[in-house]
Every structure is written in C-alpha cells, then in structure tokens.
Design a protein. Structure first.
Lengths: 164, 81
C-alpha cells in the first residue's frame, strides 16, 4: 500500500519530469546538430582537398573525321574521349564545325541535330539545345551539353578536349 | 532574471537556428560535390571556408547554451548555509 506523501512506484522508473525531459532533449539536439555541422565541414574540406589532388586530364588529340565527309547542314557521330562517350559533330550550313556530347543532360537520351532551326533536340522529353553554345532553350534540361573542343587542320577535324 | 522557462525558449530558438545553419552546410556540401564533378574547382575552397565559418557559429551557439544551462543550474541550487 502506498502511504500518503510517498512517491508513486512509477516515478522511480521515470524520475525525469516532462519539462525537464524537454529541456535535456533540446540541449542534446543542439549538441547532435553541432556534431553534424562538424562532419559537414569536414566533408567540405575533404571535397576541397580532393579538388586539389585531382589532376586535370591530359588533353588527347583524336582525329574524328575529314571535313569533306560532313556536308554543310550534316552531322556525324563519334566517341570522345572514351569509347563510352557518344558525341555529335555538326556542320552548320555556312560551313563551321561544332561538336557536343550526344547525351542529353536531362535523362541521358541521345540528342539529334536539326539543321533547319540550328538546334540539337532530345526526342525523349522534347529538350532543345542551341548549336552555337549547347545551351538548353526548351524542355526539361537545365544544364548545357558538354562541348567538344575541335581543331580543324586542313581537311582533318580533331577533338582535343571537353568543356563541361 | 534567467529562468528555466526562458532557457527552454532560448534552447528551442538556438536549436532551430543551428538546424538552419546545418541545412545550409548540407547545401554547400552538395554544391561543392557537384562543382568537383563538373570540374569547377574554383568554388571548392570558398565552400569549405563558408562551411567552417558556419561550424564556428554553431559551436559558439552551443557553447552559449551550455554556459547558460550551467548558470540556470546554479540558480536552481539551494543556497549554501
């Protein structure tokens, strides 16, 4: 039997009052969040360190086509810098060359050249990019297409790098 | 006078503030990672510096509430005879 004025039995198992419990929890939460903050700062430092260690890829020079093989308003598919990176070489009606990654920056479908309006179009979700800069101008893509740096020497077209 | 109720309100406000700063740090990490993968290395060092500044602010706030808590506890203790 519980005597008058005696603490109830359950109080022995749960000695911390409701208000005090909240008080402690908030302090612990602040400590936990600060620990998370320290981890995130460490992650940022690691990323910055990785950026310093990461050496830029040495530029390769790959012949991709002869200029005469691509008529004005035509295009040619090639792979650069590796065999797993599809790209598209475009020849504008006035004769200049541009090349971009063929992988749409939305969901990685292959873009196709539309010389009639000088755009690259993604047939999957109707994304459209300009041929002059690879900028998205319509549809869901928000990032530009990686541009392939070209070097045209005589009748040969070389790819020398990728501008992200 | 600092009371426990004031402390509870203060702790809640500071916990929310630290939470917001942590979310900003999370965004900085995501942006830095994207910059690293896209080859834009100029943004990495400022992101890391900003993240450490936010960590400093968070640590300062935590230190403040720990000290505040100690003061409150001292006030709650019965006076020595």
């Amino acid at each position: 039997m519980k005597e008058r004025g005696e603490r109830p039995r359950w109080r022995e198992d749960f000695p911390i009052g409701w208000e005090q419990d909240h008080y402690v929890t908030r302090r612990e939460l602040a400590k936990f969040l600060t620990l998370g903050s320290a981890l995130l700062a460490g992650a940022s430092a690691l990323i910055a360190f990785a950026g310093r260690l990461w050496k830029p890829e040495r530029r390769r020079r790959v012949r991709i086509a002869s200029a005469s093989a691509v008529p004005p308003g035509g295009s040619l598919l090639f792979r650069f810098p590796t065999d797993e990176d599809p790209c598209i070489l475009l020849r504008a009606p006035e004769g200049s060359f541009e090349a971009y990654s063929q992988v749409c920056t939305h969901l990685s479908c292959a873009v196709v050249y539309r010389p009639e309006d000088a755009t690259l179009a993604c047939p999957c979700h109707k994304g459209v990019f300009t041929c002059s800069e690879g900028r998205p101008i319509a549809g869901p893509p928000t990032r530009r297409l990686p541009r392939i740096v070209l070097d045209v020497r005589g009748d040969d077209v070389f790819a020398t790098g990728v501008e992200l | 006078m600092e009371t426990r109720k004031q402390g509870t309100t203060l702790f809640t406000a500071i916990a929310v503030l630290i939470g917001i700063l942590v979310v900003i740090q999370l965004w900085l990490v995501a942006a830095a990672l994207e910059a690293l993968l896209s080859g834009n290395r100029g943004a990495l060092l400022p992101a890391a510096v900003a993240s450490f500044v936010l960590l400093g602010v968070n640590a300062g706030l935590l230190l403040y509430i720990v000290r505040f808590d100690e003061r409150i506890r001292r006030l709650d203790e019965p006076p020595d005879e």
